[in-house]
Design a protein around this ligand. Structure first.
Ligand SMILES: Nc1ncnc2c1ncn2[C@@H]1O[C@H](COP(=O)(O)OP(=O)(O)OP(=O)(O)O)[C@@H](O)[C@H]1O
Ligand SMILES: [Mg+2]
Length: 223
């Protein structure tokens, strides 16, 4: 076991708004980290950068290593492949495609990875069943509850067996019981599959359950 994410001196500005002001963060394999902080502190911006969806403003002292890979040295094509293989995302609003069934939505990242259809569907069914959704496999998002939709989004994040899952307000849109179930699920998945979770949340209970709770204030992690 060692660090799965090493980020040093991460800066990000949007025109003249300096959002991240030198974030240092090291995350160990299989850790569950929560990130809390006021609205506008830069949590989503940081998560998007750690998740390789966005790029930091590189300075001499900036470092971003994920799963032993220097992110700034990857071509766009390699970066997309790296992301799809190593990283899963769960957002506040599930972002499932409305025209597709639960099974189809979950299979999409596997298809992007060129996994054969039969194999992708087999694995998607296993995960959906594991998440208690075996009766919902052929349902489209609008015929599922919020908690069910969010579990489909979790299944989609898991399909390629990524090492790291980033979640941005994953339970922000759920009632307290569905939120509680989702939070338990993260810990169950970590027990079983040793994944690393980085979770941005306003939910104090979830934040406190994590191995480490980091607080962002004005573009920096408070120590
Ligand atoms: N694409 C963008 N262009 C310009 N400004 C942006 C952009 N994305 C974020 N910002 C600004 O950067 C700051 C930090 O935003 P960010 O979304 O990271 O905050 P946050 O901590 O996630 O807040 P919340 O808890 O409300 O989600 C905010 O002032 C926001 O308006
Ligand atoms: Mg945010």
């Amino acid at each position: 076991m060692g660090a799965i994410i090493t980020a040093k001196q991460i800066f990000k500005a949007y025109s003249d708004l300096q959002v991240l002001k030198g974030v240092d963060i090291t995350i160990e394999e299989s850790e569950i980290i929560s990130i809390v902080g006021a609205s506008g502190a830069g949590k989503t911006t940081l998560l998007q950068i750690l998740g390789t969806l966005d790029k930091p403003d590189y300075k001499d002292e900036t470092q971003l290593l994920i799963n032993n890979t220097a992110i700034n040295q990857l071509s766009d094509k390699d970066l997309a492949k790296f992301r799809n293989t190593n990283i899963g995302f769960i957002f506040q609003f599930h972002q499932l495609l409305p025209e597709f069934t639960a099974l189809e939505n979950v299979c999409i990242p596997a298809f992007i990875n060129k996994t054969p259809k039969a194999e992708a569907e087999k694995r998607a069914k296993e995960i959906l069943t594991y998440l208690g959704l075996s009766e919902r496999i052929d349902h489209k998002p609008n015929s599922m509850s919020g908690g069910e939709q969010q579990r489909v989004a979790v299944a989609r994040a898991l399909i390629n067996n990524p090492k790291i899952i980033f979640a941005d307000e994953p339970s922000g849109n759920l009632d307290s019981e569905s939120a509680e179930q989702l939070h338990q699920l993260f810990f169950k998945l970590r027990e079983e599959f040793k994944q690393t979770f980085v979770i941005v949340t306003h939910n104090q209970e979830l934040a406190a359950m994590a191995d480490r709770k980091l607080t962002m204030v004005d573009g920096k992690i408070m120590s």
